[in-house]
Design a protein around this ligand. Structure first.
Ligand SMILES: Cc1cc2nc3c(=O)[nH]c(=O)nc-3n(C[C@H](O)[C@H](O)[C@H](O)COP(=O)(O)OP(=O)(O)OC[C@H]3O[C@@H](n4cnc5c(N)ncnc54)[C@H](O)[C@@H]3O)c2cc1C
Length: 544
């Protein structure tokens, strides 16, 4: 902990998963970044997010962090890909989902999802950014206030801990070209730019508990699962292991007074018997469905929980924040590196807002079919229920919870169609569902994934700027390449000589952005290649 750097290209307020991911993205484009973060170390008291989803893992792969995340995880991805519903952990099984959350290998994505508590993600990302030459992580400081003009942003940061040469409460000023407010749900940056949250808070109280229970894993007979949902008339919730030793988490849903309840009683009720358990932490919380009215003011952007909050069912919160970080990261970098146009930064809100709204809607639907709502009729943990009732309950569970455990349609299928920097086609984007992902290269979509060899993904070939993916070397790409030279927009031709793969891409020529989304596609180079390139990078173009 030293004096923070006083000038940088991008200042990031907040070193949670969103801020750290934004810094890693900016590093790939050579942008000088300072992260200001109050917490000097990452506490292991509360796991918060447990799921790093397929899309976030793909981003981490590109940023060189995916292997580190897997190594840090306590539950290997092949340990379990199942979710079990039961009357209690030691009771009867009601239903079972497999291949949950995209944890199984597939042609459709470059990385499987990974169960890993958020604190291990943050530690891994902290270690990762500390090794990055253009990122400086300043812990023990927080952003207090900001001001900006057309030349830049100045933030006053205040020291939060007493240290050798600097006293707690001392202030410094950091100047930057841009500031990313990644400072979480109580964002100071949001207040400073006069934005505010709109939406609802769910009145139901929930309680998170982390505990050690040395013999619990051996006592139940459901086998490995990433979640065990317990449904009985005394308590509803879900639980799982945090490691392969003795650490567990649980969330009890709809607890009347979470501050008064004895967490050991909750463990007993969810387990279905007395458990030898030591409670480590408790965390009462309520779900929030909030979206900021405005996520940009001039040179300042709100990213992650500072901009949107959703119920945690389905595990979308931090993953959506990482998606934001990637989107704003490459765009700010493009502008600072001189190839992003004057309208590029406006597209951050234009592209991400629909994603935020969808995530809030879908997470709310998941929450509304919470365990308490799934019990149709009497279901006691210690009472035998006839086969027919079990079958009815199982059916209801499959119908209502499918979306929560299988949502690749949302995670991989979201598209920026309608964005001003995407060249739309006359036909509309093919209908996409939320549950199943149907790959398409329609402009705005994530480039469909293919394995080119056992461990070589098509994504591994893409460049840091724009990529022109060509499935047929006969196609003349010189109009695009000379436009790239004239405009100084970085463009790399990526030849993919796999006929079997080419067919699924719908067109043989695809212009792909740094975030792996398709910006334009065609069967040959267009006559107006320069105007397409300029539009995709946020320059005004005359469409007439
Ligand atoms: C019970 C629960 C379960 C969840 N499960 C999942 C899940 O499975 N998957 C998922 O994707 N999400 C999940 N989430 C949501 C996830 O935890 C958040 O979405 C995620 O932490 C957001 O990351 P962030 O970096 O935007 O914000 P935060 O993690 O809140 O980080 C903000 C950072 O900013 C710092 N900060 C605060 N004020 C300042 C300031 N003034 N100046 C500088 N820095 C500041 C803070 O110290 C903090 O480090 C869950 C949440 C809960 C509560």
């Amino acid at each position: 902990m030293s004096e923070p750097q006083t000038e940088t290209q991008v200042l990031i307020a907040g070193g949670g998963p969103t801020g750290l991911s934004a810094a890693a993205e900016l590093e790939t484009h050579g942008i000088d970044t300072v992260i200001v973060e109050p917490r000097t170390y990452v506490s292991h008291t509360n796991p918060r997010a447990k799921l790093t989803n397929v899309r976030t893992m793909e981003h981490f792969r590109r940023l060189g962090l995916a292997d580190d995340i897997r190594e840090a995880a306590n539950l290997p991805v092949d340990w379990s890909q199942e979710v079990v519903f039961c009357t209690s952990l030691l009771g009867d099984e009601l239903a079972r989902f497999d291949n949950v959350f995209g944890q199984n290998e597939s042609e459709q994505y470059a990385e499987t999802a990974q169960q890993i508590p958020q604190y291990l993600v943050e530690e891994t990302l902290r270690e990762g950014v500390r090794e990055m030459s253009s990122v400086s992580l300043e812990t023990g400081w927080r952003v207090e206030s900001i001001e900006q003009d057309e030349d830049g942003v100045r933030a006053t940061v205040v020291c939060c801990i007493e240290r050798h040469s600097i006293s707690e409460g001392e202030r410094r000023e950091i100047s930057a070209n841009y500031l990313l407010g990644c400072d979480g749900s109580r964002s100071t940056v949001r207040d400073q730019i006069g934005s505010s949250f709109e939406g609802d808070v769910n009145p139901r109280n929930n309680l998170g508990v982390v505990f050690r229970a040395p013999d619990l894993a051996e006592r139940h007979h459901h086998g490995p699962a990433v979640h065990y949902w317990t449904l009985n008339n005394e308590i509803q919730g879900f639980m799982g292991r945090l490691d392969l030793e003795d650490k567990w988490w649980l969330i009890a849903v709809g607890v009347d007074d979470p501050n008064a309840v004895d967490p050991r009683e909750i463990i007993t009720k969810m387990a279905g018997d007395e458990v030898d358990a030591k409670v480590l932490t408790t965390d009462p919380w309520s779900a929030r469905m909030l979206l900021v009215d405005n996520s940009r003011s001039g040179r300042v952007f709100l990213v992650g929980d500072a901009a949107h909050l959703n119920p945690p069912w389905g595990g979308h919160g931090y993953n959506t924040g990482v998606g934001d970080a990637i989107d704003i990261g490459w765009k700010v970098a493009a502008v600072l590196n001189g190839w992003g146009g004057p309208e590029l930064l406006d597209t951050y809100e234009a592209e991400r807002r629909d994603v935020h709204e969808d995530v809030i809607d879908i997470s709310t639907t998941n929450m509304e079919s919470s365990p308490a709502d799934l019990i149709s009729g009497e279901l006691d943990s210690d009472e035998n229920v006839d086969e027919d009732s079990y079958e009815d309950i199982a059916q209801e569970i499959y119908e209502k919870k499918k979306l929560e455990f299988h949502s690749l349609g949302l995670i991989l299928g979201y598209a920026y169609d309608g964005s001003p920097i995407v060249v739309e086609e006359e036909a509309a984007l093919p209908e996409t569902g939320t549950v199943e992902y149907h790959p398409t290269s329609y402009p705005g979509s994530r480039l469909p994934h293919s394995w080119l060899s056992e461990d070589r993904s098509i994504y591994d070939l893409l460049g840091e700027g724009l990529s022109l993916v060509r499935f047929d070397r006969e196609i003349d790409v010189s109009p695009f390449m000379s436009a790239s030279e004239t405009t100084s927009i970085p463009l790399e031709v990526v030849d993919v000589d796999h006929e079997d793969v080419a067919r699924s891409y719908e067109q043989p020529l695809l212009l792909v952005r740094p975030d792996q989304h398709v910006a334009w596609r065609g069967s040959r180079c267009p006559d107006d290649a320069e105007s397409i390139l300029r539009r995709v990078c946020g320059y005004p173009v005359d469409d007439s």
